[in-house]
Ligand binder design. Structure first.
Ligand SMILES: Nc1ccn([C@@H]2O[C@H](COP(=O)(O)OP(=O)(O)OP(=O)(O)O)[C@@H](O)[C@H]2O)c(=O)n1
Ligand SMILES: C[C@](O)(CO)[C@H](O)COP(=O)(O)O
Length: 407
């Protein structure tokens, strides 16, 4: 299975790779990877991400388990990304499915239908849905014709192929043509029959802001856990329960971090809330001393019941020395997600006399929100000259986090 997630998401317009955009608190990549895993059809998965995207890398790697997930960098076009994914799969895979991460809500049954049709002997299978609109061919603003709508289908993913056929098609010269918009087109050009199975409206591609709104609405409605395995135990019918009784309860966590200022004879740069503060006195610490990012990570572990910052990033880990707070928060979020939680939000309060924080609040919140993959709010306060922060001995931060079981 190849999941292509290396697109930039120009049409969505979030300014970050689309696969990293959140939908109901989870990245689109995580949602699509979870639906692939839930289908049970994949023996191995190659996830194709933008080169150097550490957030998507840790999202994908955190879901590697019984089904190994390999992460590779994508190409400039979708077809180039598909080729990178194919190259990362075992050479002996008999069939390959190619799936868009952007089709994040694809129901597991669609994967099963494609695989069943391949197992029944087809070489190339695509899921399709009927076209609702009348479609016209237009050139220069003028209508040239109206194809018979009964013969038209909108094409989705996963598209499934015998591995040899797909590898050969992508090795051919036609594969570089920018007019190639899906893998089936390459197979059609060889004359091999491409057959269809029923797609699903929920497998729509999140392309525009309106699509993302629809996806958000759908995942909110999907908070209901499956019915109990033994129906006789379900004494109260669903209709008699208030809707909230179906929802898993959120879990809160708390985190704290305090660092003393670096001594005058060994000055350090100040990194706080993911930002560099030029001209400000830095903090002493094993890592970069970013108390805001550390408190946020600590709160995440607390909420998920996974210990605390020291459990995962203790001073016994030499690689943590000098690590940035942003990296630590990213990794903490990936660990918490890997343990099966969605992250609701994180709130951090910075306690100290300096730096004056308000002017850079939104900059800091944007950096930390991206690191956590969930909203991070940061406020700041002084303590009226009291305590260690009031005496100017260091800076402290307190954080709370909300997580919810994704299961
Ligand atoms: N160079 C590319 C381009 C696209 N894709 C993936 O192909 C799928 C379908 O592409 P699309 O939805 O068009 O995504 P983007 O290219 O990101 O969107 P846009 O065209 O709006 O920039 C997505 O999962 C996308 O991540 C990819 O892996 N590599
Ligand atoms: C593969 C695809 O999702 C099938 O509908 C589609 O062609 C991808 O196109 P895009 O141009 O990358 O959005």
């Amino acid at each position: 299975m190849v999941i292509v997630a290396a697109g930039s998401g120009q049409r969505l317009g979030h300014g970050i790779p689309k696969a990293r955009v959140l939908c109901g608190g989870l990245t689109l990549l995580e949602r699509s990877l979870r639906s692939v895993l839930a289908s049970g059809v994949a023996l191995e998965i190659a996830v194709v991400i933008p080169a150097g995207d550490d957030v998507l890398r840790s999202v994908a790697e955190s879901l590697s388990g019984a089904v190994p997930v390999r992460v590779v960098a994508g190409g400039a076009s979708r077809a180039g990304s598909v080729r990178a994914g194919i190259a990362a799969l075992s050479a002996d895979a008999p069939v390959i499915l190619v799936h868009d991460a952007a089709r994040a809500l694809t129901p597991p049954d669609v994967f099963k239908r494609v695989v069943s049709r391949l197992a029944a002997g087809a070489d190339a299978v695509i899921p399709v849905v009927p076209v609702a609109d009348t479609v016209k061919t237009v050139r220069g603003g003028r209508v040239e014709g109206t194809p018979d709508r009964n013969g038209l289908r909108a094409v989705q993913t996963p598209q499934g192929f015998t591995a040899r056929l797909l590898r050969e098609a992508h090795a051919g010269t036609g594969a570089g043509d920018p007019l190639i918009t899906d893998d089936a087109m390459l197979i059609e050009a060889t004359g091999t029959p491409v057959v269809t199975v029923e797609g699903d409206p929920a497998a729509f591609k999140v392309t525009t802001p309106l699509d993302l709104m629809l996806a958000e609405t759908l995942v909110q409605g999907a908070g209901t856990p499956p019915a109990p395995a033994d129906p006789e135990e379900d004494l109260m019918p669903d209709s008699a329960l208030p809707p909230v009784a179906h929802l898993p309860l959120p879990r809160t966590g708390i985190g704290t971090d305090i660092h003393a200022y670096a001594p005058e004879h060994a000055p350090a740069p100040l990194w706080l809330a993911g930002l560099f503060w030029e001209g400000e006195r830095g903090l002493a610490g094993h890592s970069d001393g970013d108390v805001v990012a550390h408190a946020a990570a600590d709160a995440l572990f607390s909420a998920a019941g996974l210990g605390d910052l020291g459990t995962h990033f203790g001073t016994d880990r030499p690689e943590v020395a000098g690590a940035s707070g942003v990296t630590i928060l990213q990794e903490a979020a990936a660990i918490v997600r890997g343990a099966g939680f969605r992250i609701g939000n994180i709130a951090v309060q910075l306690i100290g006399n300096r730096p004056r924080f308000a002017a850079r609040r939104s900059e800091a919140e944007a950096v930390l929100t991206e690191a956590a993959g969930a909203p991070v709010g940061v406020s700041a306060t002084t303590t009226d000259g009291l305590g260690l922060t009031g005496r100017g001995e260091g800076i402290a931060a307190l954080a709370t986090a909300v997580v919810i079981s994704a299961g």
